[in-house]
Design a protein around this ligand. Structure first.
Ligand SMILES: [Cu+2]
Length: 152
């Protein structure tokens, strides 16, 4: 190997070393379908952005159609549906659980926080924190507990 090749090899190695680590890889975009009048939906969007997710919002008058398309039964429905990496995120799902979902990659339709529990991300009301569960919804529409809040 001549000197010039060696130098370019060193340049490539330096470039690789300067790349951000995989842990800091950018998070995938979350597409959010929400009603334009929904304030708490907007607050959840801000929560996701603060956690590092790029978010694209789609205003729609009918979020139940989106829910159906992504396999979340209405019984687990909430005010908005997010979609990330093919998973549905129904309602006020904590960003931390979304990151855990993306790391675990289970075969599932997605996560849901049914209803709108007070104290979940985007549903803050003072210091009140009602207990709630984050459900993993499988592709048959069955649920299992993915996380329980408040965390003990
Ligand atoms: Cu809400």
């Amino acid at each position: 190997m001549n000197r010039r090749n060696l130098l370019s090899l060193a340049a490539v190695a330096a470039a690789i070393a300067s790349l951000p680590s995989l842990a800091a890889a950018p998070l995938p975009q979350v597409e959010v379908y929400k009603n334009s009048e929904c304030g708490c939906c907007g607050a959840w969007v801000e929560h996701m952005k603060a956690a590092g997710f790029p978010v694209k919002v789609h205003e729609t008058p009918d979020t139940s159609a989106i829910r159906k398309r992504y396999g979340i039964p209405d019984s687990f429905g909430s005010c908005h549906t997010g979609v990330v990496a093919g998973y549905a995120l129904e309602g006020h799902v904590p960003a931390e659980e979304v990151k855990r979902l993306l790391a675990k990659k289970p075969a599932a339709a997605g996560l849901s926080v049914p209803g709108m529990p007070v104290g979940s991300p985007g549903m803050e009301m003072g210091s009140r924190k009602d207990p709630f569960q984050v459900l993993l919804i499988d592709k048959a529409g069955r649920s299992s507990v993915f996380a329980s809040y408040p965390k003990t």
